[in-house]
Write a protein that binds this ligand. Structure first.
Ligand SMILES: C[S@@+](CC[C@H](N)C(=O)[O-])C[C@H]1O[C@@H](n2cnc3c(N)ncnc32)[C@H](O)[C@@H]1O
Length: 233
């Protein structure tokens, strides 16, 4: 039986729990389905793992034919407790999982406990503060990502411009962004319009009526959608 061991950064920093998936050791589809089942909307844990992260994981698991992560270079921005990183790693990607310095401890713990001896590539968990020293830490010549993953990174925080610049810097010609966004208030929602000025944007899921969430795929404006469709296939 495959277990997912979890430690949250909220009130009980040492809290851990085990979430059981199906009988197969790397049954990632069952993995996030069981997460979705265990983390009811009333659960405190939902503040640690966002619904956007679960939506993105569900998409990755159920669209493996079109978005095959095996051997792909992936970076996650604002990884939080690490669900998207873990699922991407289980799906065969080489993942760089990033977040602020103060969440590194829990993120490393969760990622290590849930990927050790289960993944083709050991995920790298490292600090990335949006807009700060991104060029120095991730030189374009040596850090070319196939996918940038992001869940629940747009909300009422003062770093939306820095987040936009980080997407812009890391997104190279053949990079695809998969971004799960919860719609909240106008100041945050307008990020989507500003994002659209720099990137082509395709809606993969529209869950606005049920969850106020949309899942987007994005790519650089200097790349045509036909090219990207072929690249993704
Ligand atoms: C709402 S949480 C989402 C976490 C995770 N992606 C999820 O969906 O469960 C937002 C994440 O963005 C990170 N974050 C916020 N501001 C940041 C910044 N300026 N630079 C890097 N990460 C940041 C937070 O530490 C947090 O982990």
């Amino acid at each position: 039986m495959c277990s997912l061991v979890w430690r949250s950064a909220s009130k009980s920093p040492q809290m851990s729990m085990e979430l059981y998936s199906g009988p197969r050791s790397v049954q990632t589809c069952a993995l996030s389905q069981s997460l979705a089942a265990v983390l009811s909307p009333a659960s405190e844990l939902l503040t640690c793992v966002s619904q956007q992260a679960m939506v993105l994981c569900h998409f990755l698991e159920t669209n493996r034919d079109k978005y095959n992560l095996t051997d792909k270079n992936v970076i996650e921005l604002g990884a939080g407790t690490g669900l998207v990183t873990i699922v991407s790693s289980l799906l065969g990607a080489k993942v760089t999982s990033t977040d602020l310095p103060d969440v590194m401890g829990n993120l490393r713990y969760n990622v290590m406990r849930n990927t050790k001896d289960r993944c083709k590539y050991i995920p790298l968990v490292t600090e990335l503060t949006w807009g700060q020293e991104v060029e120095q830490r991730f030189p374009r010549a040596t850090h070319c990502f196939d996918y940038i993953l992001a869940a629940d990174v747009v909300y009422a925080h003062p770093y939306l411009d820095e987040l936009m610049d980080t997407f812009d810097y890391l997104c190279q010609e053949n990079t695809q962004i998969l971004w799960a966004m919860r719609f909240r208030l106008d100041p945050e929602n307008s990020f989507v319009d500003r994002f659209r000025q720099r990137f082509h944007l395709e809606e993969l899921y529209d869950l606005r009526t049920s969850l106020s969430i949309k899942l987007y795929r994005a790519w650089r404006k200097d790349k045509t959608s036909k090219d990207q469709g072929e690249a993704a296939a």
